[in-house]
Design a protein around this ligand. Structure first.
Ligand SMILES: [Zn+2]
Length: 472
């Protein structure tokens, strides 16, 4: 168990949390929650609705509350006067696709189209473009949004939702749930339209009753609902204040580096719809090693290099209640990803002819259960610079960086993890379910380019090792 936890500590600290936290601090990725002392944010999805949206706007006006509406493009098209009214009354308008469909069921290009079409509708009504996007059911497929034209949109999720799309929840229960979450910084998700799948047409009626009570209570407590753009701006300001200027510069440099890295080294993703492992073919540059199957790995040989997905690891971190839970999720994901990876490798002649699966990590014993061998890096420039790099990152970013570093400095050693490609194929290609394999094949055929230029959130696992200089 100790090893497991240690493994976890390294992965989560170095590969997931640091970049994850940085990107979130600066709001580059998904926004869920703000900060502030008296401000919270009301957000309304799925509208506008001819029946309920006018009532909602009246109510907000009465309490001088500003909100953010994530409108469905087709609904906006049908009710332009309501969109105009939202705009005129000082609310922010965001996008919630053109039709209310989950992004999982759409190709990335289609999602982009949906967003742009809705943006156009909003623009034609208000004369202003939208920069905020909330995917239906909060299902984020970041691939869509990093594509050139979609990249200007900021994704906004929420910190609290209440089941207000069901009528049977009733105004009383809804009020109670909402009051529990009525705190500064919270982003409340509500719906001003009940015609989407799974909702009840008259559910907004209950929502409006509950909302009025909540607005009354908010007034009593001196809390004010503000727009999401204001909340994001305020959060960025307070975050910047908390971090010393010198660190801020370093963090920004790191972000630039990360972007360059991902643009320069086009990585492929094992499962583009739920990224966990990324890989690319490259030439091995380290010392000669005898692999498990007796084959010698030498400088210049092709290897398939692995990277973890930071976004995914970060989500494991925030969603899990304990470190053990994170570890279990990591292990399950690894088990799930190795068979499709084996299939992808089999289908790619370049990768199939590579000698080994290769990665550099701080993991010492964990990977062995998956068939990896763990090998010390030669104590050269690469090893030294990686150590320095991670040390540096940790001390800059991690709140208890220095003390943790001292505690674990003995184990803070980057090692190579290796598995012969033949072993990968033998061990995992047979186990992968046929269905899953078909899915993978389908998705890569469908969008052959989309794993390439889309992922900006790859693991830090070997970034510090590229070339032979530390990253920053
Ligand atoms: Zn929705």
């Amino acid at each position: 168990m100790d090893n497991l936890l240690l493994w976890l500590f390294y992965i989560s600290t170095f590969y997931a949390f640091i970049p994850g936290i940085i990107t979130r601090i600066f709001g580059f990725r998904v926004f869920r929650r703000g900060s502030g002392e008296h401000e919270y944010a009301l957000t309304f999805d799925d509208g506008p609705d001819a029946q309920y949206t006018p009532l909602l706007l009246d109510l907000l006006k009465r309490y001088d509350a500003k909100a953010t509406f994530f409108v469905v493009g087709s609904h906006a098209e049908k009710n332009p006067e309501l969109v105009k009214r939202m705009y005129d009354e000082g609310h922010l308008i965001g996008i919630h696709n053109y039709v209310h469909k989950t992004n999982w069921l759409m190709r990335p290009a289609t999602v982009t189209q949906q967003i742009l079409k809705t943006d156009k509708i909003i623009y034609s009504i208000t004369g202003e473009r939208s920069s905020y996007y909330r995917p239906p059911w909060g299902i984020v497929n970041l691939f869509d949004l990093k594509k050139k034209r979609g990249s200007k949109f900021k994704i906004v999720l929420w910190s609290a939702m209440f089941g207000d799309w069901k009528e049977r929840i009733g105004a009383d229960r809804l009020t109670e749930r909402m009051l529990n979450k009525l705190q500064p910084g919270e982003v409340l998700l509500l719906h001003d339209c009940g015609t989407t799948a799974g909702a009840n047409p008259d559910a907004p009626q209950q929502m409006l009753i509950a909302l009025e009570r909540v607005l009354e209570e908010a007034k009593r407590r001196g809390l004010k609902s503000i727009r999401i753009d204001e909340m994001i701006m305020a959060k960025e300001k307070t975050m910047e204040k908390k971090i010393p200027r010198s660190k801020l510069v370093i963090v920004k440099l790191w972000l630039i580096w990360e972007t360059i890295f991902h643009k320069a080294f086009r990585l492929k993703t094992v499962n583009p719809h739920d990224p966990f492992l990324h890989y690319r073919l490259r030439k091995y540059r380290g010392q000669t090693i005898e692999l498990k199957n007796g084959i010698m790995l030498q400088k210049g040989d092709q290897v398939v290099e692995l990277h973890f997905d930071n976004e995914k690891l970060f989500y494991f971190g925030v969603r899990s209640r304990s470190s053990v839970h994170i570890a279990i999720q990591m292990i399950r994901s690894m088990e799930k990803e190795l068979p499709p990876l084996a299939h992808l490798v089999m289908e790619d002649s370049g990768a199939r002819n590579a000698k080994a699966l290769y990665g550099v990590s701080m993991i010492n014993r964990g990977p062995q259960q998956f068939g990896f061998q763990v090998i010390d890096l030669k104590d050269g420039l690469v090893s030294k610079s990686t150590r320095l790099y991670l040390k540096f990152l940790l001390s800059v970013i991690h709140p208890s960086g220095h003390s943790r570093l001292k505690e674990h400095s003995q184990q803070l050693v980057p090692k190579m993890i290796l598995m012969p490609i033949d072993v990968l194929v033998e061990r995992y290609a047979e186990n992968g379910s046929h269905r899953h394999r078909q899915e993978m094949k389908h998705s890569s055929e469908d969008h052959p380019d989309h794993a390439d230029d889309s992922d900006l959130s790859l693991a830090a696992s070997t970034q510090g090792l590229e070339g032979s200089t530390p990253a920053i």
